[in-house]
Write a protein that binds this ligand. Structure first.
Ligand code: SF4
Length: 347
């Protein structure tokens, strides 16, 4: 049987695991702090753990991980794309976006993605597997180490908008979020974390108790258009998705962000903007507009500037908070929907 990896367990699970083996529950708090707050991987250096517990951990679990940054690309706008090498040799991408003192990690949750969104570069790489909890968290640790070495501010925000659909890997994602936000662990503020989903409706309520923000990659104002762009629509039509978003906003007290990639001549016309406002009528929300980044063979084009302005103007005139997301890291294919884990676009 493969050894349990201690970095895959949030504190509560660690406590249960230790208690089952006959140790007192508070030992989990001590061990958890050694691992996450102090970054220790050598059991012998965990001074306040009894020898018997250290022996148990040494025989029943592992703590070392073979994760590393395989390659780093830097864009002219300061965006960094890291290729993170996983223990089995596969790679995922983690992107650091820099904006004055703010450093945002765009984290991956799967190797590849199975959602098949028609306009997405990542979709072409197919899903290989889910990332483990420790692999998800490792992106945060590796990026913070790199930032510290470069004398830059630590990560201030995390968005799960990299490779993969986070809610398709919901168990490992939730455990990773628990570790990231645990006051005795990495103590990262849940309010600074956003999970973005295409809309795996049954899993959306799982995010409420975690205190994180929800973003929904919407990209269409009606069912027919969404089905054409995003296969998930067949499973969870817009009416169900919007109801789940409204439920999240109600339960969490947080506004939902709807991400809308503007595809030239496809979903970027005035009628789509008006339809969008009607669709989201009952939700507390804001909208991020993302002009499409063309890539070779994409089959879609970027929207015209005037169409973006009209679309944004209509939403604004209806009282919607609407933002236009600046595209970052274009020259290294680190922009939204452009992650594929192969390091294309090297500078
Ligand atoms: S847009 Fe997101 S969910 Fe859709 S295929 Fe790309 S990575 Fe997957």
């Amino acid at each position: 049987m493969a050894a349990i990896h201690l970095k895959d367990m949030p504190r509560k699970r660690l406590r249960g695991w230790l208690q089952e083996a006959g140790f007192q529950g508070f030992r989990a708090d001590q061990l958890f702090e050694w691992i996450w707050r102090h970054g220790r991987v050598e059991l012998d250096t965990m001074a306040n753990l009894p020898r018997r517990l250290r022996a148990h951990l040494a025989s029943q679990s592992s703590l070392h991980s073979g994760l590393s940054v395989a390659r780093q690309l830097q864009s002219s706008d300061g965006t960094r794309k890291l290729l993170v090498g996983l223990e089995d040799g596969l790679q995922v991408e983690a992107v650091i976006l820099a904006d004055r003192e703010r450093r945002t990690l765009c984290a991956s949750s799967q190797v590849g993605c199975a959602m098949g969104c028609d306009f997405c570069y990542t979709a072409r790489s197919k899903v290989r597997r889910n990332m483990s909890t420790r692999e998800i968290v490792a992106q945060f640790e590796l990026c913070n180490t790199l930032l510290a070495e470069a004398g830059e501010p630590a990560l201030s925000n995390i968005v799960f908008m990299g490779m993969g659909e986070p809610l398709a890997n919901v168990e490992n994602l939730v455990a990773a979020l628990q570790i990231l936000t645990d006051a005795r662990g990495l103590a990262f503020s849940a309010r600074k974390i956003t999970v973005s989903t295409v809309g795996l409706v049954p899993h959306i309520p799982r995010l409420v108790p975690l205190g994180v923000h929800l973003a929904i990659s919407l990209n269409a104002s009606n069912d027919a258009l969404r089905e054409q762009l995003m296969p998930i629509e067949k499973h969870y039509p817009l009416v169900e998705l919007v109801a789940a978003a409204a439920g999240f906003a109600r339960e969490s007290g947080r506004r939902v962000t709807f991400e809308y990639v503007l595809l030239g001549g496809v979903n970027d016309q005035a009628e789509h903007a008006r339809e969008l406002v009607r669709l989201l009528n009952h939700v507390r929300y804001k909208v991020n507009l993302i002009p499409f980044n063309e890539f070779p063979g994409s089959g879609y084009r970027a929207p015209l500037e005037e169409d973006v302005a009209v679309f944004q103007g209509i939403l604004r005139s209806k009282g919607v908070d609407v933002f236009r997301r600046r595209s970052r890291g274009r020259d290294i294919l680190a922009a939204c929907g452009q992650l594929a884990g192969k390091g294309e676009g090297a500078v």
